[in-house]
Design a protein around this ligand. Sequence first.
Ligand code: ZN
Ligand code: ZN
Length: 633
Amino acid sequence: MREFPEGVKGMEIASSISEGLARNALAIEVNGEVWDLSRSITTDASIKILTWNDAAGKSTFWHSSAHLMAEALESLYPGVKFGIGPPIANGFYYDIDLNGKPFGDEELAAVEKKMSELAKASNPYLRAEVSKADALKYFNEKGDQYKLELINDLKDGSITFYKQGNFTDLCKGPHIPHTGFIKATKLLNIAGAYWRGDEKNKMLTRIYGITFPKQKELEEYLHLLEEAKKRDHRKLGKELELFAFSDKVGQGLPLWLPKGTILRERLEQFMRRSQVKAGYDPVVTPHIGSKSLYVTSGHYEKYGKDSFKPIHTPDENEEFLLKPMNCPHHCEIYKVKPRSYRDLPIRLAEFGTVYRYEQSGELHGLTRVRGFTQDDAHIFCRPDQVKSEFIKVIDLVLHVFTSLGFGNYTAQVSLRDPDNKAKYIGDDELWDRAEREIQEAADERQLKTVAVKGEAAFYGPKLDFMVKDALGRSWQLGTIQVDYQLPQRFELEYVGADNQRHRPVMIHRAPFGSLERFVAVLIEHCAGNFPLWLAPDQIAVLPISERFNEYAEMVFEKLKSQDIRGLLDIRDEKIGRKIRDAETHKIPYMLIVGEREANESRVSVRKHGQGDQGSVPLDEFVKQFQADCAAPV
Ligand SMILES: [Zn+2]
Ligand SMILES: [Zn+2]
């Protein structure tokens, strides 16, 4: 608790703390709202000075950079009109109307240069409150119909302008102190975007860019971008023939090709085995369910109207929904017979394919699709079993992550908002207990966790796992979720030791999340160089010339008989070409066979990306390789 005179500005507070903080301060959080450092604070407030290291600091920086880009554009293209220019996850964009003027890479470079020039002027971002009438007058004179439209939707008394250099924008802020913070700029690409996202409106030009407070950070970012492009699962999925999309089949509905199917099935087998060991019972349920099932579960409300429409039977007037979730089906399996406290926990597992409507613009490779398969399971247990079940699920999730090379993970514990307990269903005591036990379970397994209040679903607390991939990007995978609602909605019961009826607790969990999303993350993590046990082709047998095809065939058959997957390349091509092709397809091992190998029953081993490994007797190689190909247990 510190005292400041009334009207103190964020920048003054930062200076009073340290010179270094004042130098790096970008904005200030005042009672949870982000403000300009130049605004006067007139009431008691909890504050936080924001720098580049804070997410809100970064987005303020990028939002301010969008204004800088607009200033550069206006100075190069007088009369240009502006739509909206928000910050995004990495950088910012601005939608502009160039009135038909051509705009390409050359123009992009010129704007970028102008931005650097204007940044050097260190112009402050000045905030001004304006009346609606004055705001309309300003943009009327400027002739910017987009800003006029935006102002018309605003309430008088709530409108602010921001000005830096010669550029004034309608904006609620906040902004960084001045343009001099922006030391490195890159305009990344241009796209078309309908005004207000409505295809009946005019198509504007959207310019994406990113900026940094240091040149070195920009260089690192561009390098990362380059690497990410090479690893893009959509690109590798095509090159390695793993999956495809067809407009004829439908957008967002992946087609798994033979090689991708091997990968997917290996993952499934691995999970099935792990689950059997962990005491799960596999079940299978249909891809559709009657509307009343989802009305009971509450999913109809969530997915019914805004998702795929119900399917009607022609004669009997029934309604079915494509399954958006597997849980309701599993609740009905629980109900097929009376359950006693001694039967619990019951763990039902299914690779259940679900369908959810996503707008076509939201679809993205395998990470956002309209049909996907969850490695789903539901655990029905007694309240006193929640903690031990959580620990078991955590163990399973960690087993999956470590087996697949995701060593860097954290977890988020999502809790109730303690000030708004009324919005959650389920007994207060049960919630307290479950929240405490989830945290204890995570601690017992030494998980790095952050607890976030107010992030729980209304029906129960949860634990979400984030993994970092080889490029340091975070992905949300596995999730474990407690649910008090569905057992209530489906009136699930068990008979307790006291001979009374009790309600079980339900735990939803999916270590992969979905197979589609998991495969996408895995491809980008390992750049298509899958661990041996998953690789669609584990080995390529490459005869040096036609003369050794027969020996090569014998080697290949021997590998196949040991369940090793691969290919035999007997094309009439030079060995160099055969090696190159195998390398391009990221096949982990190559066996080169020629005269000496054929005569002595040996093989010359080559490893992907690592070259020659020397020559080994065939039998010895097959034995070792078969062991190396085994899936983790
Ligand atoms: Zn702004
Ligand atoms: Zn579920």
